[in-house]
Design a protein around this ligand. Structure first.
Ligand SMILES: Cc1cc2nc3c(=O)[nH]c(=O)nc-3n(C[C@H](O)[C@H](O)[C@H](O)COP(=O)(O)OP(=O)(O)OC[C@H]3O[C@@H](n4cnc5c(N)ncnc54)[C@H](O)[C@@H]3O)c2cc1C
Ligand SMILES: NC(=O)c1ccc[n+]([C@@H]2O[C@H](COP(=O)([O-])OP(=O)(O)OC[C@H]3O[C@@H](n4cnc5c(N)ncnc54)[C@H](O)[C@@H]3O)[C@@H](O)[C@H]2O)c1
Length: 447
């Protein structure tokens, strides 16, 4: 039986971080992945999405300034966009493999199964490890309806050879909204069916209302309170049956994407045999990111029950796990307040508490919600959607929450992340001289 100090399952940002730190500290380390090395963000998530978004930003800006100096909207070519996107994603796997091999990590290419608390079956090999790290991320939630096999997922969107004329997304969360905006700007007729009464439940409702306005303006048909009941395939077309407010409806489209959420990728691991407890949110871990039922096992990144399923968390959790393996459980998974973005155009951004959370937790708060579309920054690019909501604890003048919608909200929210992280007061923030005219300079007017 082969033995390692550390066996890592999953080569995304979380797993790679653990493997790299541990091998550099002299541990014997192995890692396995049953898909392309490098994980979701670089291969099938944040990065390729943002590359494609870059093209739609140009289209959006051109459209806003059409007949104001722009005479033609540029034409886009999906094949070229895809080639450019592939120039980022294609090398990821090979580069990751090379980096890990050079560091002395032993690589495997299949899903392991737990045999007992410290042993894994990896292909033909039985492997024992002092520490096993689960970093397998999330996978798309299965859709439990008739005809679910006719749906595609976000990976398939990024791999499309040709853009269809029509697309339908089931679910208006991060992925549904981001991909719907991208597709619509690239000329696809887009429908979104959302089960609840609004998209993006984690974001501020006033900002989301503005985003819904922008989404409608873009020509996307966003239908809320829709319960999808079945999908039928007719040659190249799909018929999607749904109900809304008791009425049965159907819609014909070319491609249907299941964007109803993502769940922990743990079903292949036989966690029961390893005595590793889990819930539907992921592997159950204590504050050191250690399994609550098997102390040899740690979990980090999206698959861990703690933290948020976002790239910066996965990296941070990976380094906490590596530190705890190497030094005994010294680091706790305590995270600073963090921004979250929906990369639609305009961007939707949030940091800290929602208004209702702040009202429930604090007695003295001030909430400042304003339409900023008359600000110079918005007017100079003819942008009609720009708004903010800031929530301040009036007892100490510190910011509790910031919610932004605007063309550069994804960047501007980072200014607030620094302010909140450093516990600055709004008075101190207003004392800073920001360069003008920049989006950053608007933040001093948001209180
Ligand atoms: C379309 C999309 C867009 C996104 N955009 C953003 C964004 O803009 N910003 C942001 O912060 N986050 C974004 N995310 C989320 C982000 O990608 C994840 O939070 C991050 O990649 C998680 O890293 P991880 O290391 O925890 O898991 P992953 O990167 O998912 O890595 C897990 C690895 O484990 C492997 N694996 C799974 N099961 C097994 C098994 N049984 N055996 C062996 N290997 C296995 C997988 O193949 C994968 O390589 C996006 C996600 C998606 C899907
Ligand atoms: N910009 C980013 O940071 C970014 C982008 C993409 C993904 N992510 C990460 O990936 C995770 C998964 O994203 P996601 O968009 O898959 O999930 P999500 O949870 O954000 O959205 C799923 C949406 O589908 C809806 N839904 C669920 N079941 C439905 C049904 N049967 N019919 C219609 N609608 C239904 C939900 O109400 C929700 O609005 C996110 O939580 C996020 O952490 C982040």
């Amino acid at each position: 039986m082969t033995e390692f100090d550390v066996f890592v399952i999953g080569s995304g940002i979380a797993g790679q971080t653990v493997a790299e730190s541990c091998v550099k500290s002299g541990k014997t380390v192995a890692i396995t992945d049953n898909r392309a090395y490098g994980g979701t963000c670089a291969n099938r998530g944040c990065d390729p999405k943002k590359v494609i978004l870059g093209f739609t930003e140009i289209l959006q800006r051109s459209k806003q300034l059409l007949q104001k100096g722009i005479t033609n909207i540029p034409e886009v070519n999906w094949h070229q966009i895809k080639d450019f996107k592939n120039s980022f994603t294609n090398p990821v796997s090979e580069n990751t493999v090379e980096k890990l091999k050079d560091l002395g990590v032993k690589l495997f290419y299949e899903s392991p199964q737990f045999i007992d608390k410290s042993t894994l079956q990896v292909g033909e090999e039985k492997i024992k490890a002092k520490h096993i790290v689960i970093a397998t991320g999330l996978k798309p939630r299965s859709l439990e309806i008739k005809g679910a096999e006719h749906t595609l997922v976000s990976d398939d969107f990024l791999a499309l050879n040709k853009l269809p004329k029509r697309m339908l997304f089931i679910g208006a969360g991060y992925i549904g909204m981001e991909f719907a905006h991208i597709a619509a700007r690239l000329g696809v007729e887009v429908t979104i069916l959302q089960s609840g009464d609004r998209p993006l439940k984690n974001f501020d409702s006033d900002m989301v209302q503005q985003l819904v306005k922008a989404t409608n303006h873009l020509g996307v048909k966003l239908i809320v309170n829709a319960e999808v009941t079945a999908i039928e395939k007719y040659e190249n077309q799909k018929k999607v049956y749904y109900q809304t407010e008791g009425n049965k409806k159907e819609i014909i489209t070319d491609v249907v994407f299941n964007t109803t959420g993502r769940v922990p990728a743990i079903d292949l691991l036989d966690l029961y045999r390893g005595s590793v407890a889990f819930t539907d949110k992921g592997v159950s871990v204590n504050e050191h990111l250690q399994s609550i039922t098997n102390p040899r096992v740690y979990a980090c990144g999206d698959v861990a029950e703690r933290g948020a399923p976002l790239t910066p968390f996965s990296g941070r959790e990976g380094s906490i796990v590596a530190h705890n393996i190497l030094n005994g459980n010294q680091q706790k998974a305590i995270f600073p307040v963090f921004p979250s973005i929906t990369f639609t155009l305009p961007n939707l951004a949030k940091l800290g508490l929602l208004e209702e959370e702040a009202r429930a937790q604090y007695t003295n708060i001030s909430v400042n919600y304003n339409d900023a579309s008359t600000f110079f920054n918005a007017k100079r690019i003819n942008e009609s959607i720009y708004a903010y909501k800031t929530i301040v604890n009036t007892a100490n003048d510190q910011i509790l929450g910031v919610h932004l919608i605007g063309p550069q909200a994804a960047e501007v929210i980072n200014v607030f992340a620094v302010v909140v992280h450093q516990k600055m007061t709004t008075t101190a923030l207003k004392d800073i001289l920001f360069a003008y005219p920049t989006w950053g300079s608007d933040v001093t007017y948001m209180f």
